[in-house]
Design a protein around this ligand. Structure first.
Ligand code: SAM
Length: 210
């Protein structure tokens, strides 16, 4: 299982296919950020960049962070295809998030969509990401809801990839943050054998109090 969490695993996965992800931005990212004033954003585990490019189209200046150089090369390629204005708003950062320490009070939005890291690293990252959010800014995490483990849906991956909104909120200073969104969204997916089934995403949006 350890290999799932290192850069070589992800580089191999990206090299294996011309495009691993759909190229479409995450629907819940769109619904959770529409209405926010575009400012500075960091996307953690940006993959091939569909979400970073969508944010840049909305006017955000995005630091797109991933430890896979193969994925980041695709972010740059697709951003260039989207146009010079979009490309200029995206900075790719090759970094292992286990060692990434962003400047405090820096971003209006820090988000991560399906960032597959072990639970202990996720806790550390939530702390660091929270510290990097400006007062009034947002922390948005979208991932696999823990309920899919409990209901026995045969999903791939390590149990550490699954979480709940309550677990994320418990990792920030409750006096300094408010939970604006904590919801579970059902969608069609596949189980380990590739059979279609219903899976659940958790969407957690926290706002740092001013
Ligand atoms: C499941 S993919 C999701 C990609 C993208 N967010 C999306 O939703 O399409 C997880 C991404 O996180 C990156 N990643 C995983 N662990 C990381 C770490 N410790 N540091 C930096 N990036 C990491 C992987 O390289 C991969 O691109």
């Amino acid at each position: 299982m350890a290999g799932r969490f290192d850069a070589d695993f992800w580089d191999d996965r990206y090299r294996g296919r011309e495009r691993v992800w759909s190229g479409r931005p995450t629907a819940q990212l769109q619904s959770e950020t529409t209405g926010l004033s575009a400012g500075t954003a960091a996307e953690l585990g940006c993959g091939e960049g569909a979400d970073a490019i969508w944010l840049a189209r909305q006017g955000w200046r995005v630091d797109a962070v991933d430890f896979s150089p193969v994925a980041l090369a695709r972010v740059s390629e697709y951003a260039a295809q989207a146009g010079p204005d979009i490309a200029a708003r995206i900075t790719t950062i090759e970094a292992d998030l286990s060692a990434w320490s962003p400047s405090p009070n820096h971003y209006d939005l820090v988000c991560a969509q399906f960032l597959h890291v072990p639970a202990d690293l996720r806790a550390t990252l939530v702390h660091r990401a929270a510290a990097s959010v400006l007062p009034g800014g947002h922390l948005l995490l979208i991932g696999h809801d823990r309920s899919d483990l409990q209901t026995g849906v045969s999903r791939p991956g390590h149990p550490g990839l699954y979480f709940t909104g309550e677990e994320i909120f418990a990792q920030v200073d409750a006096a300094a943050w408010s939970m604006e969104t904590n919801r579970v969204v059902a969608r069609r997916g596949v189980d380990k054998s590739g059979t279609p089934t219903t899976i659940h995403d958790v969407v957690v949006r926290l706002q740092r109090r001013r």
